[in-house]
Design a protein around this ligand. Structure first.
Ligand code: MOS
Length: 702
């Protein structure tokens, strides 16, 4: 009986439900010290001196001078120091690390940082330093303008967003084996591993990274954990004792990465019958103080900037710039939610300019199988933009409902979107991920570096292997993500785990079955001992990417989605409440219906927060509302009823046809909400659509 397509019990479900799952703060080691980070409070300037105002007895103190390797958080560009040496780039930058056995003594220690402040750059438009610029060109834009009957222009803005995983960031470093072992809340064990080798000057074999049970990531535990692991490791190596460094919510919100704020400008040429003939798009992202993952966030952002539409003449320019705020980084969607927000609100403005129904103008332009994207990617038969659009319009009676609601305090809005699964461009080729499958006394065990972060990775990968091995799901184990015991199967990001690593494991299973002959894995194990099969990523046939020209197959495939949101406006408080959301998605193959639905509902809820209430207030380069009482996210009270519909257009290189799913639902709700507000007659072009912004828009339009 195939197990894929059924909602089997989660591998880690029992441990989580009974409370036996161990998160980093549940772990304890003999002689453990607690760690603390002393940070800058100015956004820009220099550190002149550090004054310690406490008796050092019992404390371990670490500064930049104690770093045995290179003072960097190694990632794409090694520009971010682990600890400030002299130059200060933002107002939550780590300078001094302290450790003590007693938490109260730790917080009582007084450290003064003597600094010279210089004027910070806080406006991205004023920044003179771009971390990366990208240009994409297709066709002949000049011809496009000549073919156009009308031109629609607009500027759209999106703010920061905090990932707000339930479990804050935290790490424990244990000095052992002439090196260090890290246990922590993280998405990417090998990112932490690489960063620690550079920081500590240790060979790979002496750094071990083990994922503890992790309470959510959303991209927020993609690159930042390398910093905390580095800090904990420095304290552990200096003190010779295990060190636990767990952030409280405030520190986590003040210091760690957020979604990049964006300003996106569109200028679009359209014919009177509704065809897009010219698109000129400019994307500006605020990168914060250091490079982190900004180049690849920008890359994904610009590639998704057209929305899922055909247009023969396109120019997209994008840049991500340095400002004196904490670095922005990975967050579910990774650049696409910002640019798709702009594209989809702009599409409604095009419909307004043409006097056309918003669904109809999308119907005319939606990508079809065989169509070519702005990077020159020819889409296969799995291209489902039109299918999700039609299904969403039909189920919600979108056009009739739009007319019914006219003149009321309710509005309805729609968005059509796509999301490329896996690393962008040649990324997967460069990663060269490896996955291992081994026989056990009972069946088989999966060895991969991909992490369970609440999304169900262990479960779904085990389902894929169970079917590929034609064996029981319960006889498939998943090894913990421990760099001493699992190969580097790449980071748990970019909606890639199920699609890329699942496919690798399917190939491992095929090889293993060949080698097993007539024997079951357990019988083979009893007779011959453990057998192990490792496979490495192979680029799907026909996939090409040119990184210089930014042309080719940006992704192995895209998932597609169409959201319809109905909102209610309170005409007194200007509060906008979502009252219903319909999400129609196409994800290749639904491996686990309950988990897939959970991803879509959870992602949509997170995106409703992005649309309406999640407002990061920056004051002098510091988050001014770094608390759950004033940075609000949707609770069960705020999330409306949702209809989730999943379509399947199998992707030939995914396990049983599956595409990536995790990020797709983050892309649609914000533009659908703003389009619903626009349906009420309010010219809003910015998120979050707080009551203040809605009121401001109403002064112009009501
Ligand atoms: Mo991510 S935003 O964890 O690719």
């Amino acid at each position: 009986m195939p197990v894929v397509g059924t909602s089997v019990v989660r591998k880690e479900g029992w441990a989580k439900v009974t409370g036996s799952a161990r998160y980093v703060d549940d772990l304890s080691f003999p002689g453990v010290l607690h760690g603390r980070t002393v940070r800058t409070s100015i956004a820009c300037g220099t550190l002149d001196a550090i004054r310690y105002d406490f008796d050092p007895e019992g404390y371990t103190v670490v500064t930049a001078g104690d770093i045995p390797g290179r003072n960097v958080i190694s990632l794409i560009v090694d520009d971010q120091p682990c600890l400030v040496d002299r130059v200060i780039g933002h107002a939550a930058e780590p300078v001094v690390l302290l450790a003590h056995a007693d938490r109260e003594a730790l917080s009582a220690a007084v450290v003064h940082l003597e600094c010279t402040a210089t004027p910070p750059v806080l406006e991205p438009a004023a920044s003179r330093h771009a971390f990366k610029s990208v240009a994409i060109e297709r066709g002949d834009l000049a011809q496009g303008w000549r073919d156009a009957d009308i031109v629609v222009e607009g500027q759209y803005r999106a703010g920061h967003q905090e990932q707000l995983y339930i479990e804050p960031n935290g790490m424990i470093a244990v000095p052992e084996d002439r090196g260090v072992t890290i246990y922590g809340s993280l998405q990417c064990p090998y990112y932490v591993h690489q960063a620690l080798c550079a920081l500590l000057g240790l060979p790979p074999g002496r750094v071990r990274v083990v994922q503890a049970e992790t309470g959510g990531g959303f991209g927020g535990k993609e690159e930042y954990p390398s910093i905390i692991a580095g800090h904990a490791a420095l304290l552990a190596l200096k003190s010779g004792r295990p060190v636990k460094l767990v952030y409280d919510r405030r520190e986590d919100m003040l210091a760690t990465t957020k979604r990049h704020p964006a300003v996106v400008r569109h200028r679009t040429g359209v014919t009177l019958d509704g065809r897009l003939v010219a698109m000129d798009i400019d994307v500006l992202l605020d990168g914060g103080a250091y490079t982190t993952l900004s180049p690849v966030v920008l890359s994904r952002g610009v590639i998704h900037a057209t929305g899922p539409y055909r247009c023969p003449n396109v120019r997209i320019g994008g840049r991500v710039v340095r400002t004196n705020t904490p670095p922005n980084g990975a967050f579910r969607g990774f650049g696409a939610p910002q640019t798709l927000f702009a594209a989809e609100v702009h599409m409604d403005r095009i419909a307004e300019a043409l006097g056309m129904d918003p669904a109809h103008v999308r119907e005319i332009n939606a990508l079809r199988p065989g169509d070519t994207t702005a990077t020159g990617q020819v889409l296969g038969n799995d291209c489902a933009a039109l299918d999700v659009l039609r299904e969403a319009v039909r189920r919600t009676r979108f056009s009739e409902r739009r007319r019914e609601l006219a003149g009321t305090t309710r509005g309805i809005g729609l968005s059509l979107f796509f999301h490329g699964a896996g690393f962008t461009g040649a990324g997967e080729v460069r990663l060269a991920s490896r996955a291992t499958l081994e026989t056990t006394a009972r069946g088989v065990r999966i060895r991969v570096a991909n992490t369970e972060i609440g999304q169900g990775a262990r479960t779904v990968l085990a389902q894929v292997v169970a079917d590929a091995m034609d064996m029981d799901y319960s006889d498939v184990d998943v090894h913990e993500a421990d760099t001493h015991h699992v190969p580097d199967s790449g980071p748990t990001v970019a909606s890639r785990t199920c699609m890329i690593v699942g496919r690798l494991l399917e190939r491992c299973a095929a090889t293993m079955r060949e080698r097993l002959g007539e024997l079951s894995p357990a019988d083979h194990y009893a007779k011959h001992g453990r057998m192990e099969v490792t496979e490495e990523y192979e680029r799907p046939p026909g996939l090409h990417w040119d990184d210089d020209a930014y042309q080719g197959d940006a992704y192995g495939c895209f998932g597609y989605g169409c959201d319809v949101v109905e909102v209610e406006l309170d005409p007194v408080t200007y509060e906008v409440r979502p009252v219903h959301l319909t999400a129609v998605v196409e994800i290749g193959k639904v491996l686990h219906p309950t988990l897939a639905t959970g991803q879509i509902e959870g992602g949509s809820a997170q995106a409703l927060g992005y649309a309406l209430i999640e407002d990061v207030v920056m004051r002098d380069g510091r988050m001014a509302n770094a608390e759950l009482t004033n940075y609000l996210i949707p609770t069960t009270q705020d999330v409306p009823p949702m209809d989730v519909v999943m379509l399947e257009r199998p992707y030939a290189s995914g396990p049983q046809g599956a595409k990536g799913l995790g990020e797709l639902p983050m892309d649609g709700p914000a533009p659908a909400v703003v389009n619903a507000i626009r349906h009420l007659g309010l010219d809003l072009r910015e998120i979050p659509a707080t009551p203040e912004r809605v009121m401001e828009a109403s002064c112009g339009s009501l």
